[in-house]
Design a protein around this ligand. Structure first.
Ligand code: GSH
Length: 201
């Protein structure tokens, strides 16, 4: 029996988990869930009820997307996503934490700014831009976030930058973040991203 992945197609946390699983070649069965009507089997194994979750036949559960990525890549990491430059693994994890804990909440406010009319959309966008500027600076000096080799932070962070881009594509394309735009375009055009976004019949 294969591990079971609970996923939601558009969720950026689930996208990053699916990309790591895909590159690793580890086989899982995927259960696409409705976030409005989560299956009882998911709630039973993971009461916090977020996706992605991996449930193993022996009952073990992984319920954080980064841990799912690390699990899959620890089995097989053919493109060396886990190989950050010497001494930079803490920096890599700190960048992902900043994405998840600071940028993601700012992104949600920007995305749903009509629900928070006390400020205009641009106010929320500017808060989120702090992280964009930081990524763009890195990418102006090197091809990928951690150097000249694609690693975990590139794949863990890009689904969120794509979400930011999708709020107002024209604004993003006209922005000063040229290196971030090219990096995002490359990731969005990649085989692996498109493979994990395929709609299952
Ligand atoms: N820290 C979690 C966050 C996962 C998360 O928040 N996923 C969202 C979907 S994008 C979710 O399941 N939210 C619960 C809901 O919408 O009910 C992880 O990295 O896996």
């Amino acid at each position: 029996m294969k591990p079971l992945l609970y996923s939601f197609r558009r969720c950026p946390f689930a996208i990053r988990a699916r990309m790591a699983i895909k590159v690793s070649g580890v086989e899982v069965d995927t259960h696409e869930v409705s976030l409005r009507n989560k299956p009882q089997s998911l709630l039973d194994c993971s009461p916090k009820a977020t996706v992605p979750v991996v449930k193993f036949p022996d009952g073990r559960v992984i319920e954080e997307s980064i841990e799912i990525m690390q699990w899959a890549l620890s089995i097989n990491d053919p493109e060396q996503w886990l190989d950050t430059p010497d001494g930079a693994s803490e920096e890599a994890m700190a960048l992902i934490t900043e994405n998840d804990e600071s940028f993601k909440p700012a992104l949600d406010l920007y995305k749903y700014s009509v629900r928070f009319p006390e400020h205009p959309e641009s106010y929320y966008r500017e808060k989120a831009e702090i992280f964009l500027a930081q990524l763009d600076l890195r990418l102006s000096q090197q091809h990928y976030l951690m150097g000249d080799h694609l690693t975990l932070p590139d794949m863990a962070i890009f689904p969120f930058i794509r979400q930011f881009y999708n709020v107002n594509q024209d604004w993003f394309r006209a922005s000063k973040y040229n290196d971030l735009i090219s990096w995002l375009d490359q990731r969005m055009a990649s085989k692996i991203f498109n493979a994990v976004m395929e709609k299952k019949a």
